[in-house]
Write a protein that binds this ligand. Structure first.
Ligand code: HEM
Length: 150
């Protein structure tokens, strides 16, 4: 997929809204939406109820968002997403160890895209496919690595 200059500019602009939306991503990607995911986060496992403002969940959401941004820029520059070998190995083992399954990637994807959509308003139409493609390629790389390591 080839990006237009306009799409690239929009993706870069999104970095600026990161702070604003990270809270939102953390909320929707939290166990509220994915009860099964709760047990995966070691710091939530023993907590009662739903964490509304958990800093670690927020930190994870920011990481997912940043990595997706980087992937989008790579797509533009190189035509594909490449995750550095050591990073990919680490990501594969962390998620494998925590019992993350393929369907969870869809849950996080929905949450991420919904939060970005709400934050960017009408610009969403121009950047929608950019985000989808970037996330899908990144998630595919992590899932493949998890299968490799399993
Ligand atoms: C840990 C990124 C999807 C659950 C991490 C870490 C990164 C990361 C960078 C390491 C954090 C650290 O060591 O500081 C990503 C990316 C994703 C993704 C880029 C998608 C493209 C998911 C999904 C789930 C998940 C779908 C499950 C709902 C976790 C858990 C940890 C983790 C449980 C360990 C956190 C802890 O116990 O501290 N992720 N992640 N991740 N991720 Fe993800």
């Amino acid at each position: 997929m080839v990006f237009t200059e306009k799409q690239e500019a929009l993706v870069k602009e999104s970095w600026e809204i990161l702070k604003e939306i990270s809270q939102k991503i953390a909320c929707v990607s939290s166990p509220q939406i994915a009860p099964a995911a709760k047990g995966m986060f070691s710091f939530l496992r023993d907590s009662d109820g739903i964490p509304q403002n958990n800093p670690k969940l927020k930190a994870h959401a920011v990481k997912v968002f940043k990595m997706t941004c980087e992937s989008a820029i790579q797509l533009r520059e190189k035509g594909k997403v490449t995750v550095a070998d050591t990073t990919l190995k680490y990501l594969g083992s962390v998620h494998l160890k925590n019992g993350v399954l393929d369907p969870h990637f869809e849950v996080v994807k929905e949450a991420l895209l919904r939060a970005i959509k709400e934050a960017v308003g009408e610009k969403w139409r121009d950047m929608n496919c950019t985000w989808v493609e970037a996330y899908d390629q990144l998630a595919a790389a992590i899932k493949a690595e998890m299968k490799e390591e399993a």
